[in-house]
Design a protein around this ligand. Sequence first.
Ligand SMILES: C[S@@+](CC[C@H](N)C(=O)[O-])C[C@H]1O[C@@H](n2cnc3c(N)ncnc32)[C@H](O)[C@@H]1O
Length: 278
Amino acid sequence: MAKPIKTILKWAGSKVRIIEQLRPHLPKSKRLVEPFAGSCAVMMNTDYEQYLIADVNQDLICFYNHIKDNDNGFISTLKQLFIDANNKTVFIKRRNDFNCDLWHSDPFLMLCIAYYRSSLFLYLNRHCYNGLCRYNSKGGFNVPFGRHKKPYFPENEIVAFADKARNADITCLEWQDTLSLVDFNDGVYCDPPYMGSGFTQYHTAGFSDADHEALASALKDINDIQGNPITVSNSPEATELYADLGFTIHEIDAPRTISATGNRKPAKEIIAVLEGVK
Ligand SMILES: C[S@@+](CC[C@H](N)C(=O)[O-])C[C@H]1O[C@@H](n2cnc3c(N)ncnc32)[C@H](O)[C@@H]1O
């Protein structure tokens, strides 16, 4: 069996490690819509003709679009940032640059510096603690320095992503807005922050039980009204929610990548499926 393709970014909840278990349950369709795309592990390890890739994290989406739109120049800029920079002083300086308020408040500056800021996003991801992506209440990236021996520069993964992204629309949206773009022939794969995990702070807003209920029922409506096949990943806590709506539940063992307690034993996950109506 071919090894899964790794992603550019380290990402909590990445599906790289369970992709073989997930693949048979993914929708069969021409285009895959992914409202919680994260590291794009699913896009990188599947062969849909088209993708609609979305996530609420603007830094993430901006980074992907810079890779998609730029030539090798962007790779050189990214690579440059990895040279002699694996120390706390440089990390803190760059994290401060990344969080600089000016970029948030001045649209012109934002435009000019977006390219540099996007490159910092990869530097921070690969040099911070556990590859986490967390923000404080003001929207500032606040993950500490990671003390990695030799942070990996993911050049092959960037090249592979740029190639794949030619068939992808990549956009920053809340999941409700992404679902409003689902077409009759699309398949939908949703991988929200897991229910009951306590790990909901990918973005400044969390993901509450009410959000989970709203998502599950919106997916059920799409399936009822348009007939789209739907696949959802979640924790076992979400079993009842999805089973009650008629989803078929598959339970799998997932190797842990990031755990606040240091626990790396496999964890149970569910894959909830609604078949499409042909
Ligand atoms: C479990 S991760 C997805 C991991 C992804 N499947 C992968 O393999 O890397 C959940 C993602 O949902 C995004 N997210 C959180 N709240 C969201 C919202 N309200 N709308 C859209 N995306 C959201 C986070 O930014 C995060 O990337």
